[in-house]
Design a protein around this ligand. Sequence first.
Ligand code: ADP
Ligand code: MG
Length: 275
Amino acid sequence: METLMQVHNVSRTFHLGGGLFSAPQPLHALDDVSLELKRGEVLALVGESGSGKSTLSRIMLGLDIPTSGSVLLDGKPVESFGRKAFAGLVQPIFQDPYSSLNPRKTVRQLIEMPLVVAGRYSAAERQRKVRELLGILRMPSRMMSAYPNQMSGGQRQRVAIARALISHPKIVICDEPTSALDVSVQAQVLNLLMELRSAFQLTYLFISHDLAVVEYIADRVAVLEKGKLVETASVKDLFSAPQTDYTRQLLASALTIPQVDASPGPVPGVSRPIS
Ligand SMILES: Nc1ncnc2c1ncn2[C@@H]1O[C@H](COP(=O)(O)OP(=O)(O)O)[C@@H](O)[C@H]1O
Ligand SMILES: [Mg+2]
């Protein structure tokens, strides 16, 4: 498979604290991380809380700049794209759709925002595209005039997904996209993401601490430990023959946490229609 995005020796250091008599302490959130996102794949990024997953995703989204190293999209440095062009190609879905959606905007305004930013579409075209996308996400078009606080968590996350997809990006970077949702709607949203993957020919970077979810949806897995990439493998290899102690510990600890949908089979609710 062809490489779509390449993370090349990326480090990100934050400087914390420091006062009158003490120097700020460097925190190495990412330390020489290299990985490839291949066209059409779902690459999961796993690791304990604080291991640097969100920092890496923000850098891949162009929302943060590495201290050293580079990120290439289609072989070109991400800085060379310009904000609008890059936003048309790489889009985020964050964990908490409530804080990522402006509460004063209607669903229509929220979803059409990337098209407004792109500046190439009339109001009528934007409305048509929003309506079409709501149809694909199986949300009634009367939702267009609703506000985030009038919707359920699952509906809000669907709005965030619609907003991410309306510009037909190539890459969607999901940072714990179902972690804030009720267990009953997590599977629906995951299945929706997987349906959209083929319908929109998407490539996903998918951050999750839930290894059952990772096993269900990912093609490959990259494991971060304290800012270092310790292992990258196919899902099958990672779960059957983890190569590092850290990965083995992650897998073992996942088994001890009671999880409603930890079965290796299909996620419960898979066959249920998306409401
Ligand atoms: N803006 C920031 N300023 C200072 N430290 C940060 C910042 N963002 C993240 N960190 C630190 O970097 C480390 C990695 O954080 P993060 O990427 O959010 O991890 P994860 O998403 O895997 O939980 C943590 O120690 C976190 O406290
Ligand atoms: Mg995080």
